[in-house]
Design a protein around this ligand. Structure first.
Ligand code: HDE
Length: 709
């Protein structure tokens, strides 16, 4: 599909900064035309090289300084442009233009990331995913910098460096990369029980998404919406993916990291290039001021979610990502998100994690991007004009006119002048606060087991199994028995069955008690007893919204279907399947024994998308094998094809085969799964579509352990 031209104000603005070298001569950075960029200036053909060579110096100096520090967290990321549209006016809650004007297309730039790994780490690490959106609104830029899980590991910004130091590669040997399965992380987690809720999410399938386009996003913190009467409502922001929430298995994740370390980045890029634009709906969970203390948890505690069954999510609009960046560095790398970027109509709550973030992000950009002028980098520029008396600094690219750079002034005509709130100026919500200055943690935050227990109870059996497997893998990689033992005790507070399964896998016993205090994230002069969690409370038996088994299963758009073929494959079978799959917008890839082209049984030539030796089963959502005796004979003699099918089977994917291809299935483990709902033999292609739309047949998991791939 052709790329649609986009005309958001941000796109128009960015066009002024793009360079296009098509048809242009190579010049120096000063504009001088160059006739040789291959050889340095020398004293004679064999040197030495002359200091005078300004062309060499310019080229090499620029190269020497190409790198900027990678983000301390969220270094590995992928971004895209798009827009946000509001469904219905939300003026009862917020006076923000973006939530008032249904006619607007607010430009956005979104960046998705892993947290722990370096910039070049693989996409399928078990990790939280960042979900950051910059809204270029008419009233200034609003950044909603969230994650794909609705809670965070810690309750106070003061603990962030500790958390990140524990999960990053260990400082003595810089091992392991992009992995939480190591002693320092579990040392910290086991001593800091506030982390357990986010941690169990990280052990769930949410930490290994099938696609960035198939994960939820959450603002996490409670924010405020402010209406034009100055009234405040608490709000939690949710992003719901139109394609539903889907994940891969851990075995796939590990293999994808080797087969295509850019799996998520490529998937996002290709979906947008092909016109299958990723979409998320934005939702509000609104809590009136009067209900602030109504719940069993504190709204200011970022380790707690508000179950959707207690406060429903109201969908208010949709974000569509429809344009890939022109240049990764200029846009995705240089984009600077700041939770402190808010606009009138939106305000902060006193969540102590959020409060610290408001400071941290601006600070980090100073060392990452090198100057307080980072807002002038094109991707970071607001779409409305900016005027103030902040001046100078490294890389100032504007030329502020006039004699004055202070306020108040007469010499500059009093400009830039102030605006009243009624004219759109920001003013902070006038919350009444009457308190002592105190360094402590609120006692209302000290419940660490209830919500992880709710999360686990709400999962389907197959999800629970994945969680048990993940804990077993992670703790199995830890070396220190005392850390694993402490973790087992903690997990038992969440769920005894889960703890027992993990203990069995570790070959350990769950300890009856552990060293006190359980919670060590307190001050030395605090009364320790006041900060120890009690048993898990059960204020809601289950929250179905937390389980991926209740997500959407209605589309196979952009799903990658591997069609395994050899020369002479049956065109009739293939065509019937192709027509139905393509109508549903699935992406069909022909996997041949060799690259180039391949002939079907009618003699027609087909382009081979990948030869079997260059691709892997884990990169696809489903497998189809058309008949054709010659083709099947060829495929059957190649073990990689058999492995391909067995792996798809093990990962619970839909597999379809027609006519002679059934003989091939009999050479694989599929022969033992013929009554499986997602094995489609000589079936109506529409049934295959239904099986793919289900994402996986997780029922199959009960029998797949025996498959040796
Ligand atoms: Fe971040 N975080 N964070 N974080 N975070 C950064 O800012 C920080 C937290 C999140 O695509 C850094 O520009 C502190 C919660 C995302 O560019 C840094 C605390 C949530 C991204 C930083 C948190 C996030 C970051 C590193 C505890 C979900 C990537 C580079 C108080 C609501 C944004 C940068 C992008 C990035 C600090 C906790 C999400 C160092 C101090 C909670 C999605 O400033």
């Amino acid at each position: 599909m052709a790329k649609k031209e986009e005309h958001t104000k941000k796109t128009e603005q960015l066009k002024n900064y793009t360079d296009d070298a098509q048809g242009q001569p190579l010049t120096t950075r000063q504009g001088v035309k160059v006739n040789d960029t291959n050889n340095s200036l020398k004293a004679g053909p064999r040197g030495s090289t002359l200091l005078e060579d300004f062309l060499l110096r310019e080229k090499i100096t620029s190269f020497d300084h190409e790198r900027i520090p990678e983000r301390i967290v969220h270094a590995r990321g992928s971004g895209a442009h798009g827009y946000f549209e509001l469904y219905e006016n939300q003026k009862q809650y917020s006076k923000a233009g973006i939530f008032n004007d249904t006619g607007r297309k607010t430009p956005v730039f979104a960046r998705f990331s892993t947290v722990a790994g370096s910039k070049g780490s693989p996409d399928l690490a078990r990790d939280v995913r960042g979900f950051a959106v910059k809204f270029y609104t008419e009233e200034g830029t609003w950044d909603l910098v969230g994650n794909n899980m609705p809670i965070f590991f810690i309750q106070d910004a003061m603990k962030f460096p500790d958390l990140i130091h524990s999960v990053k590669p260990e400082p003595n040997n810089e091992i392991p990369q992009a992995a939480s399965a190591h002693d320092t992380f579990y040392d910290f987690i086991s001593l800091t029980p506030e982390t357990l809720h986010n941690h169990i999410w990280a052990m769930s399938d949410r930490a290994i998404p099938r696609s960035l386009r198939m994960m939820e996003g959450f603002g996490i913190h409670t924010y405020r919406l402010i209406n034009d009467k100055g009234e405040s409502h608490f709000v939690k922001f949710h992003w719901k993916p139109v394609l539903g929430v889907h994940s891969v298995t851990w075995d796939e994740a590990v293999k994808i990291n080797g087969a295509d370390a850019d799996f998520h980045r490529r998937d996002l890029w290709e979906a947008i290039e092909s016109g299958q634009y990723p979409e998320w709906e934005l939702g509000f969970q609104i809590v009136p001021e009067a209900d602030e203390h109504k719940y069993e948890f504190d709204l200011l505690d970022p380790t707690k979610l508000i179950p959707e069954e207690m406060v429903p999510v109201t969908i208010v609009g949709k974000m569509t990502l429809n344009r890939n960046p022109e240049n990764f560095f200029a846009e995705t790398e240089q984009v600077a998100f700041l939770p402190g970027n808010i606009v009138p109509g939106i305000d902060f709550s006193n969540d102590p994690l959020l409060q610290g973030r408001i400071f941290s992000y601006r600070d980090t950009q100073l060392s990452r991007l090198g100057s307080p002028n980072f807002h002038q980098i094109p991707i970071n520029q607001p779409i409305r004009e900016t005027h103030n008396n902040q001046r100078d600094g490294h890389m100032q690219t504007r030329i502020p006119k006039g004699q004055t750079a202070y306020f108040p002034n007469t010499l500059g005509g009093g400009c830039p002048h102030l605006s009243k709130i009624a004219e759109g100026a920001f003013s902070s919500y006038e919350e009444r606060i009457d308190a002592n200055k105190i360094r402590t943690r609120s006692e209302s935050f000290i419940d660490f087991f209830s919500q992880p227990a709710l999360f686990y109870r709400s999962l389907a059996d197959w999800e629970k199994q994945h969680v048990a497997d993940a804990y077993s893998f992670e703790l199995g990689k830890c070396k220190q028995a005392h850390i694993k033992s402490r973790m087992l005790w903690m997990i038992e507070q969440i769920n005894s069955d889960l703890a027992q399964k993990i203990a069995n896998n570790l070959g350990m016993d769950i300890p009856k008690s552990i060293e006190q205090p359980i919670n060590q994230a307190i001050g030395a002069d605090s009364n320790v007893e006041d900060f120890q969690p009690g048993k898990a409370k059960n204020y809601l038996e289950k929250s179905p919204a937390l389980s991926q088994s209740n997500t959407k299963f209605d589309s196979i758009a952009t799903r990658q279907i591997a069609v395994l073929v050899g020369d002479g494959f049956a065109m009739k079978d293939f065509e019937a399947m192709q027509n139905v799959l393509e109508k549903e917008k699935a992406v069909i890839k022909l996997i041949g024994p060799h690259g180039g082209t391949i002939k079907c049984d009618t003699g027609m030539e087909h382009h081979v998308d990948a030869s079997i030796s260059t691709t892997e089963s884990v990169l696809f959502d489903a497998v189809y094998i058309p008949g054709g005796k010659k083709s099947i004979d060829k495929i059957m003699s190649n073990g990689k094809y058999l492995k391909f099918i067995n792996e798809a089977l093990k990962h619970c994917k839909a597999i379809a085969a027609d006519s002679e291809a059934v003989m091939l299935l009999d050479k694989t483990y599929v022969k033992d799964f013929k009554d499986d709902k997602a094995i489609c033999i000589n079936c109506d292609p529409k049934d295959f579509v239904k099986a793919i739309a289900k994402h996986r047949n997780w029922e199959r998991m009960k029998k797949t352990d025996a498959i040796p791939v």
